[in-house]
Design a protein around this ligand. Structure first.
Ligand SMILES: Cc1ncc(COP(=O)(O)O)c(C=O)c1O
Length: 464
């Protein structure tokens, strides 16, 4: 018996003893193609030696000082790097460990900014469904993930939800969810003077499976937020640091004059550290930080022992340097276009195409959404565990995939995210797609060959 309290109980996970490039190797010598970079984390590939060297050097010079009293060279250098990448004005970086922590801090910053300005009533946060921002309680409150929320719903705060832009399942291309109008309606319903912030993943992560909003969406969001004094938080924990082929996913969206859409706060995580050390960041507009500097508390009221960690920042800085030197954001864009095209080949094989409702994405972020009936987009009943079969079979076939469930109606829905390290070669993309094709075919033939089952039921969130 292992003494590890595993994340999934009842199954013994394979032990990975080596990882290189896009491949993982377990203790029995089995090789897995890491098609999702763990949890859409691994950006520059596994096993890049210079990252370890940078961490070792930092550990040897200074591993830890507390962020309230001191700063360190990698913290300064990483903040400079990110400020240079971020839209004009978004130039202050606050470092934390995980994406959830960055989201918690971003939401708190929004609230504190309003309080410091005497706007005490601004407490309401608006987020989107489907959507995901993390698993600590405030981040979970802003996340429309019924199965993560069910047990804890009595502890969650009220975050207002609007429908996310989700082209595959949208009522129409110009529905309020698709254009951004839904945000204005929600702000007016809440009373604009009560709304603190709107938080959104610029391009859907696992929740809407790599769904890309229409080009004008975020200019509209910015305009609405400005009109009502609401802060716009772009949660780029998953999409940031190059995943979609630009450093920030928000760069894909411009206003009518072709100017970038500038958020008030951006969160980063996964790709920033590439999996080498836990490190997330909140980037804030200087205006917000100056307001806090003049305010009652002299800083963000968010004390965490390991914020601004020197070794974690050294790791992320080394990842960023490696990414720059090897032009990996461009590679994510170019090879990503190849990946998106290659995945469409899944639709060529009838057995596979029968259950593939949609293939979509941008750059190195793609999704395959599965449906029981293509014409009506009817999802499989959750009880059928379609995507669980896919992930299990994929692993047997040496392919690691990231599942998501519940996006179709809050309960049903099955998709896999494909988000490999940006360094993946074209031949390896072909290998990935072939393994995926075989995996889907295996699952359909073994478990879903019979006639379609009755329409699945919708199950509401557990309430206290
Ligand atoms: C958009 C987004 N925000 C926040 C988080 C939470 O990050 P973490 O799991 O590192 O706490 C995630 C994780 O998947 C995410 O995709």
């Amino acid at each position: 018996m292992s003494h590890v309290f595993y994340r999934k109980l009842g199954v013994q996970p394979p032990e990975i003893v080596r990882a290189q490039g896009i491949y993982l190797y377990d203790e029995r010598g089995h090789r897995y193609l890491d098609a999702c970079g763990g949890a859409m984390v691994v950006s520059i590939g596994h096993g890049v030696k210079e990252i370890g060297a940078a961490m070792a050097a930092q550990t040897a010079s200074v591993a830890y000082v507390n962020g309230t009293a001191f700063t360190t060279p990698p913290v300064e250098a990483l903040a400079d790097f990110l400020a240079a990448k971020a839209p004009a004005g978004v130039d202050r970086a606050y470092f934390l460990g995980s994406g959830s922590e960055a989201v918690e801090a971003a939401l708190k910053l929004a609230r504190q900014y309003h309080v410091e300005r005497g706007d005490m009533e601004r407490t309401i946060v608006i987020a989107r469904t489907p959507g995901y921002h993390g698993n600590t309680l405030l981040a979970l409150s802003a996340s429309a993930r019924a199965h993560y929320r069910a047990v804890y719903s009595p502890w969650l705060v009220d975050v207002r939800m609007i429908d996310a832009p989700y082209p595959y399942r949208a009522e129409s291309p110009d529905s309020p969810a698709m254009t951004g109008e839904a945000l204005e309606t929600a702000i007016l319903e809440a009373g604009p003077e009560n709304v603190a912030a709107f938080i959104a993943e610029p391009i859907g992560g696992s929740s809407t499976g790599a769904s890309v909003p229409v080009p004008a969406y975020y200019a509209r969001v910015r305009e609405i937020c400005d009109r009502y004094g609401v802060l716009f938080i772009a949660d780029e924990v998953l999409t940031g640091a190059g995943r979609t082929g630009t450093f920030f996913a928000l760069e894909h969206f411009k206003d009518a004059a072709g100017k970038p859409v500038v958020p008030d706060i951006v969160t980063l995580g996964k790709g920033l550290n590439g999996g080498y050390a836990p490190l997330s960041a909140l980037l804030a507009n200087g205006r917000l930080v100056e307001t806090l500097a003049r305010g009652r508390f002299g800083g963000l009221v968010h004390a965490q022992t390991y914020s601004h960690h020197a070794v974690s920042c050294a790791a992320a800085l080394a990842v960023m340097k490696y990414m720059e030197r090897n032009d990996l954001v461009k590679r994510a864009r170019d090879s990503g276009a190849y990946l998106q095209r290659a995945l469409r080949a899944l639709l060529d094989e009838p057995t596979v195409a029968r259950v593939v409702g949609d293939v979509r994405g941008i750059g190195m972020l793609a999704a395959v959404e599965f449906v029981e009936e293509r014409e009506t987009k009817r999802p499989f009943a959750r009880e059928a565990k379609f995507v669980e079969h896919i992930v299990a079979r994929g692993r047997e076939n040496g392919l690691v995939l990231w599942p998501n469930v519940g996006h179709a109606d809050g309960h049903n829905g099955d998709l896999v995210l494909i988000a490999p390290p940006y360094i993946i070669e074209r031949a390896q993309i072909d290998e990935l797609v072939e393994k995926l094709r075989v995996t889907i075919k295996d699952v359909v033939e073994k478990h879903f060959a019979g006639p379609a089952s009755p329409a699945p039921r919708k199950t509401a969130e557990v309430k206290s």
